[in-house]
Design a protein around this ligand. Structure first.
Ligand SMILES: *[C@@H]1O[C@H](CO)[C@@H](O)[C@H](O)[C@H]1NC(C)=O
Ligand SMILES: *[C@@H]1O[C@H](CO)[C@@H](O)[C@H](O)[C@H]1NC(C)=O
Ligand SMILES: *[C@@H]1O[C@H](CO)[C@@H](O)[C@H](O)[C@H]1NC(C)=O
Ligand SMILES: *[C@@H]1O[C@H](CO)[C@@H](O)[C@H](O)[C@H]1NC(C)=O
Ligand SMILES: *[C@@H]1O[C@H](CO)[C@@H](O)[C@H](O)[C@H]1NC(C)=O
Ligand SMILES: *[C@@H]1O[C@H](CO)[C@@H](O)[C@H](O)[C@H]1NC(C)=O
Ligand SMILES: *[C@@H]1O[C@H](CO)[C@@H](O)[C@H](O)[C@H]1NC(C)=O
Ligand SMILES: *[C@@H]1O[C@H](CO)[C@@H](O)[C@H](O)[C@H]1NC(C)=O
Ligand SMILES: *[C@@H]1O[C@H](CO)[C@@H](O)[C@H](O)[C@H]1NC(C)=O
Ligand SMILES: *[C@@H]1O[C@H](CO)[C@@H](O)[C@H](O)[C@H]1NC(C)=O
Ligand SMILES: *[C@@H]1O[C@H](CO)[C@@H](O)[C@H](O)[C@H]1NC(C)=O
Ligand SMILES: *[C@@H]1O[C@H](CO)[C@@H](O)[C@H](O)[C@H]1NC(C)=O
Ligand SMILES: [Cu+2]
Length: 620
């Protein structure tokens, strides 16, 4: 059972100066069956799964020595939401800030935690966290504004669950046979890595619930029958108390809520989690899309399943809390007009391989030969030049302390939970708003692009968080200050979309990186073991940093004149063809032309090629 006594935390914290929490993680495969439906291999720690929940007090140092005992798979750990201010090399994102840790290697993560709230840790190498490598990381703070308002706390991880391994699913996902980019549908859903979980409570008592979506793909609605929740924290930012009856929790998002139990003990409370069906291209009959868990205060009273067959996602969306309206408790005001503006649009496209890719503007993220941080460390004064980071990492160099405004438009019909490493951001604009009309744009070709000359007033005290839901066919505008020199990924947290390239790279104040960051020897040793170069530009050229010859490149565009419909029908031709004919059809496309016009915020005219998944669904 996941519980942690607030009294115990307080007693400890009162007498405590910052301490070091040291953990040894021997990572290996274990077999589990958390949904009762299928045994499968997962990534365990010290032979166990679920993985250990990490509890720290604010100010503590966390040292995790990880040994990769998997035998057949590289790995790493990202500490989701940790700013890693001065410790960029501990961020855990493979090929951004470190090399993938191959089997048989060890790697020590070592950093201090001076942040509030609810976090999680997960593998950040080649789509491995949905194989079970994820768990809560909870920061306890005796000075939290709500510290004295609850008796006890519970953490609740929500996740989708697949019976097959990510490597196998990914091979099917990124393939000629999936030209529309339909994501694999989960086989089940879990709460705290199991089902039918109970939380023992007392009547007339307030509890803190920390809710984290640790899944791969599916956002979830969360509510407790007959009870309201008071939101007090979002993604590590304390908020002014906000009442909610329903939360919409997308991948990697966190909420802390206070819940007060009722005054009688004649029934147990149903905690309901329900999958956002709008994300799924098909809804199999045999998948339980919603789970009931219980706040139990009479162990003899029955545990009834919630009756929610009458509600559908639209009903849920209509009453879900709009996180845009949250007010941070520190009341940090709207940042001033930006020094640096970035405009990007999400596209789903088919490239020459015939597979479906995600692009930000015209780039599908393709990992460099040298981890980007190591390029910043080893290219001297040239590290301020975007060119050294290669074209396909989609790099943007930021000046120290610039106010950055990021306009993100969505030319796709699905939601995308975008996450920025190293920061949280102010959410200053989003259309359409979370609410009754949020899903009206699904399967619609309408694009609401952000118009800087025609928008609603920015909030004076904007919500801040580190994962924001980008609405279907809509946009979000965020601001942050580039006050954390380092290399930071900005990506969609749906792991399928990371696999299809929905990612980019900020290189923040590169001139300050070599003096502020030092890369420990064991990190370099891991690169040597993985045969990944640690110096030079994105192409590992250590002589001419502007020469990117040999860099990893994304697949070419399909030629002009080939519509999406064409590529889809080509793929289906291939599907029904014998292997020999496959290559004929494929190479018949060889006539590569110039790329279509690059996309930008004020340019919604797509070439014949680039279209969204929903377009394809309609045409096909
Ligand atoms: C890791 O665990 C495996 C078995 O689970 C064991 O064989 C191995 O010696 C351990 N390695 C380390 C470095 O602890
Ligand atoms: C949870 O309860 C449901 C309904 O009784 C049942 O179908 C399911 O198998 C249970 N899950 C587990 C993991 O035992
Ligand atoms: C962690 O980092 C601190 C500060 O740099 C250092 O003093 C300490 O020795 C490190 N611990 C380990 C286990 O590497
Ligand atoms: C929850 O909040 C709504 C709106 O403020 C209110 O109408 C309702 O009575 C509340 N429900 C409970 C169980 O407190
Ligand atoms: C973090 O907590 C401290 C109190 O411990 C508070 O003063 C500060 O505003 C909080 N910051 C955020 C971002 O929530
Ligand atoms: C809950 O509190 C109310 C009012 O303070 C009290 O009348 C009631 O007996 C309490 N119920 C329980 C089960 O303690
Ligand atoms: C018990 O709770 C109910 C429903 O919230 C409320 O109507 C009633 O007044 C409460 N009773 C006491 C004694 O507090
Ligand atoms: C909840 O689950 C039941 C049983 O699987 C299903 O009939 C219903 O449609 C689900 N409701 C939602 C909103 O997912
Ligand atoms: C971003 O787009 C807006 C129009 O949507 C334009 O005014 C602005 O100049 C663009 N900024 C950059 C850096 O491209
Ligand atoms: C401004 O935006 C609103 C809402 O999106 C739209 O109805 C209106 O036509 C726009 N006005 C101009 C001048 O573009
Ligand atoms: C990083 O630390 C510096 C002070 O060393 C501070 O000014 C800056 O705001 C911090 N940035 C973040 C994102 O924590
Ligand atoms: C993307 O567009 C930019 C600006 O037009 C262009 O310089 C660049 O070559 C394009 N990149 C790719 C991969 O096509
Ligand atoms: Cu996405």
């Amino acid at each position: 059972m996941v519980r942690f006594s607030a009294a115990a935390v307080l007693a400890f914290a009162l007498g405590a100066v910052a301490k070091t929490v040291s953990l040894d993680f021997n990572v290996s495969w274990v077999i589990v069956n958390p949904d009762g439906l299928a045994d499968r291999k997962v990534i365990g720690v010290n032979g166990e799964w679920p993985l250990p929940i990490i509890n720290v007090d604010k100010g503590d140092r966390l040292v995790v020595k990880m040994y990769n005992g998997l035998g057949d798979k590289s790995t790493s750990i990202h500490w989701h939401g940790m700013f890693q201010n001065g410790t960029n090399e501990m961020d855990g994102a493979s090929m951004f800030t470190q090399c993938p840790i191959p089997p048989g290697s060890s790697f020590t993560y070592n950093f201090t935690i001076n942040q509030n709230g609810t976090y999680w840790y997960h593998c950040h190498t080649d789509y491995c966290y949905p194989d079970g490598y994820r768990q809560a990381l909870l920061v306890h703070d005796k000075d939290a504004p709500f510290a004295n308002q609850y008796k006890e706390e519970f953490s609740l991880t929500l996740s989708d669950w697949y019976h097959n391994m990510m490597d196998d699913l990914r091979t099917e996902f990124m393939s000629l046979y999936n030209p529309t980019g339909a994501e694999p549908i989960p086989d089940a859903f879990l709460l705290n890595d199991g089902q039918n979980k109970t939380f023992k409570v007392e009547p007339n008592t307030t509890y803190l619930l920390r809710i984290i979506n640790t899944g791969n793909f599916i956002a979830q609605y969360f509510f407790i029958e007959g009870h309201n929740m008071t939101i007090v924290e979002v993604d590590g930012v304390y908020t002014e108390p906000a009442q909610a009856s329903m939360l919409y929790v997308h991948i990697a998002q966190r909420y802390s809520v206070l819940v007060t139990t009722g005054n009688s003990t004649d029934a147990n409370f149903k905690i309901v989690t329900a999958a956002d069906q709008d994300l799924m291209d098909t809804i199999p009959d045999n998948v339980r899309l919603n789970l009931t868990s219980w706040l139990v205060y009479d162990e003899n009273a029955p545990l009834e399943s919630a009756d929610i067959t009458t509600l559908n996602s639209d009903d849920y969306q209509a009453i879900a809390f709009d996180d845009f309206t949250l007010v941070p408790a520190d009341r940090m005001p709207l940042l001033p007009e930006p020094d640096h503006q970035v405009n990007m649009t999400v596209y789903m496209v088919n490239l020459m391989t015939g597979y479906n890719y995600a692009e930000l503007n015209n780039i599908t993220y393709t990992a460099p030969k040298v981890p980007t941080l190591y390029t910043a460390m080893s290219t001297g004064e040239m590290n301020t030049q975007q060119v050294v980071y290669g074209e396909y990492t989609n790099p943007i160099v930021l000046k120290h302390n610039d106010v950055v405004e990021f306009v993100l438009n969505n030319a796709d019909g699905g939601t995308h939970p975008f996450h920025l490493h190293g920061h949280n951001f102010q959410v200053i604009q989003r259309e359409p708003p979370l609410g009754p009309n949020f899903n009206d744009y699904l399967n619609d070709n309408l694009i609401i692009g952000y118009d800087p000359n025609n928008h609603t007033a920015f909030p004076q005290i904007p919500a801040r968080r580190d994962v924001i839901v980008l609405p279907p066919q809509g946009f979000v505008v965020v601001r942050f200050v580039a006050d954390n020199p380092g290399v930071w990924a900005f990506h969609c947290h749906i792991d399928w979309h990371l696999a299809s390239g929905l990612s980019m790279t900020f290189i923040e104040a590169p001139e300050l990186i070599p003096s502020r960051i030092s890369i420990p020897e064991d990190h370099y040793a891991v690169c040597a073991a993985a045969a990944v170069p640690t110096a030079g530009n994105a192409a590992a050229n250590t002589v001419d940093f502007t020469d990117l010859k040999g860099q990893n490149v994304q697949p070419g565009d399909i030629p002009d004149g080939w519509t999406t419909k064409g590529i889809v029908s080509m793929a289906f031709t291939v599907l029904s063809a014998v292997l020999g004919i496959t290559s004929l059809v494929y190479y018949g496309l060889a006539d590569l032309k110039q790329r279509p016009k690059p996309a930008s915020a004020n340019d919604s005219s797509e070439g014949e090629v680039a279209t969204s998944n929903s377009d394809i669904a309609k045409q096909g």
